[in-house]
Design a protein around this ligand. Sequence first.
Ligand SMILES: Cc1cc2nc3c(=O)[nH]c(=O)nc-3n(C[C@H](O)[C@H](O)[C@H](O)COP(=O)(O)OP(=O)(O)OC[C@H]3O[C@@H](n4cnc5c(N)ncnc54)[C@H](O)[C@@H]3O)c2cc1C
Length: 214
Amino acid sequence: MIAYTDKSKGLRGLSCFLVEMRTPGVSVTADYDTMMGDRPCEVTFDNVRIPATNLVGSEGDGMALAQQWITEGRILRHGARSLGVAERCLELGISYSRQRQTFGAPLAARQAIQFMIADTYAELQQARLLVRDAALDLERGRDVRLKSWIAKSQATEMGFRAVDRCMQMHGGMGLTTEMPIERMWREQRSFIITEGAAEVMRASISKKVYDLYE
Ligand SMILES: Cc1cc2nc3c(=O)[nH]c(=O)nc-3n(C[C@H](O)[C@H](O)[C@H](O)COP(=O)(O)OP(=O)(O)OC[C@H]3O[C@@H](n4cnc5c(N)ncnc54)[C@H](O)[C@@H]3O)c2cc1C
């Protein structure tokens, strides 16, 4: 849990704590089903007391820790995972379009389908470079916030375009739960919102870019 320990210090007054769910005063007051199967909860804290040893890091570290974890997640989870989704969609799309015949020819012979494959492949290469570049700088201990916003927004949107095209080229089969496509589609759509909505990523990018070109 991240909470204020000194509100007068603003963001530097936030601290991070481990809170056992069985601690008196902690209760789950709502939980929600989502289209991805995740179940986010609303947790209420009512006069909760925890030992000082439950403090993570030092007092005032809360914002820095949260930012570190979410920045890593944007590159190594949402970013990298989107590359895997697009790669799998290429495999599925190429295999199915070679095998499926419509109106006397395989789908792979249709330019409309070839363009979907070409766009997915080209966009995947671009996103892979962004994610790897950000991951390399992260490993080197550099400030990767700008690169993480770019990698997260570009890779997650690329992944969704890839799985959406894959669904389209599979026709009705793509909508069935026989195939993994509809599940990837639901999950990939959620990544454009979680860990920072696409618009919030763009707002952060543009603020930084205005600063860079001052
Ligand atoms: C399954 C699940 C798991 C989650 N896990 C975590 C977690 O572990 N830790 C955590 O901290 N959070 C978690 N979240 C929260 C998640 O990060 C937020 O839902 C997400 O960042 C979007 O914030 P919000 O829902 O408050 O949407 P809002 O901030 O209410 O925004 C709604 C929409 O408005 C638009 N918008 C918002 N701000 C702007 C802006 N400045 N400019 C233009 N458009 C804007 C965007 O389109 C956005 O999607 C989780 C959410 C879900 C659904």
